[in-house]
Design a binder for this molecule. Structure first.
Ligand SMILES: Nc1ncnc2c1ncn2[C@@H]1O[C@H](COP(=O)(O)OP(=O)(O)O)[C@@H](O)[C@H]1O
Ligand SMILES: [Mg+2]
Length: 222
């Protein structure tokens, strides 16, 4: 199947290592086209296979999350052979931009925790849970994007890794507000996860200790 979007015209909004994102016109409405780009250093067949798998995986995981009631852009179309996903355009800043600009974001973090809880309770782990992958068109509805690394699992290790990533993202970009924002996140998360939260937090601590140990060893070696 040849994609009708191959000759699309759009404004590039992000050029990442793996994908390019364009703002396009889709049958009269604004839409985002995410295209995984071929990697010249990979064998052609293998490269096509990887792009096809990742594209269909990302769409499948977005859909699972959406079915669970998590705000995720609607999928308009997908062409795995071209590595293309066309989805709803969510206008607005990322949560990262909002936090850096000192907006009042506590209540948004609580909602983020709430929705991450929904994902985890439904055995969906996002896999790249950072404030850059959350778009905030209105304060009551943070949208999650970038499900390329998401997984279907209920394992505590994977769930803990998700929460740990959020904590790390806060520590690296929003250092002065870590405590306030992580606590807000946990308030929302607890609403959904209830008594499971303590086990998740224990896991997060364990992952942190492991990380520190690895960093110390690296420092000794170099
Ligand atoms: N549906 C969308 N609507 C509006 N902006 C989007 C949408 N999807 C992604 N973006 C923007 O593009 C950026 C990169 O998209 P993402 O899927 O995270 O790709 P990457 O894998 O390169 O990080 C996001 O951080 C967000 O700012
Ligand atoms: Mg991203």
């Amino acid at each position: 199947m040849r994609s009708i979007y191959l000759g699309f015209e759009g404004k590039i909004i992000k050029k990442g290592a793996e994908a390019e994102l364009y703002l396009i016109d889709f049958l009269g409405i604004p839409a985002i086209l995410k295209k995984r780009i071929p990697k010249p250093y990979r064998a052609k067949e293998l490269d096509a296979h990887i792009r096809r798998m990742r594209t269909s995986h990302e769409v499948t995981m977005m859909f699972h999350a959406r079915v669970c009631g998590v705000p995720v852009p609607a999928i308009y179309d997908v062409d795995p052979d071209e590595g293309v996903i066309i989805m709803e355009y969510i206008p607005g800043p990322t949560l990262k931009e909002m936090t850096l600009k000192d907006y009042e974001v506590s209540s948004i973090f609580k909602l983020v925790g709430f929705y991450v809880g929904k994902m985890h309770l439904n055995n969906i782990v996002h896999g790249d849970l950072t404030t850059a992958n959350i778009i905030v068109p209105e304060p009551e509805k943070p949208f999650f994007v970038d499900f390329g690394l998401a997984e279907r699992t209920g394992e505590l290790e994977a769930i803990g890794t998700d929460v740990h990533l959020m904590l790390r993202a806060l520590e690296s970009t929003h250092y002065s507000k870590v405590k306030e924002l992580f606590n807000a996140f946990l308030r929302g998360y607890r609403e959904i996860m209830g008594g499971k939260v303590e086990n998740v937090l224990k896991k997060v601590q364990e992952i942190r200790r492991r990380g520190r140990y690895v960093e110390e060893r690296r420092a000794k070696i170099h």
